[in-house]
Design a protein. Structure first.
Length: 80
């Protein structure tokens, strides 16, 4: 399975959007400081995720989260 996910920073309350094949391992990398874009925003928690059968689907969903329409959707559904 592949995942698109939203992490929330407990430091600043902001969100990070991503996709991965192994959600738990990816969260560990984020919290160890191995991911440049979240290194200064640790600790992070999994706020929301969706599962997909292909990497492409998960990546497309990540890109959707990052779009204006995706942001509106996430707000309307009270996900963020």
């Amino acid at each position: 399975m592949f995942y698109s996910y939203i992490l929330k920073s407990l430091k600043d309350g902001r969100y990070y959007y991503g996709s991965t094949e192994n959600l738990e391992a990816r969260l560990i990398k984020h919290n160890k400081g191995d991911v440049k874009s979240t290194k200064g925003r640790r600790p992070l928690i999994i706020h929301f995720y969706e599962m997909f059968s292909t990497r492409g689907e998960a990546f497309r969903r990540e890109q959707y989260y990052k779009s204006v329409n995706g942001y509106i959707y996430l707000k309307q559904e009270k996900i963020i």
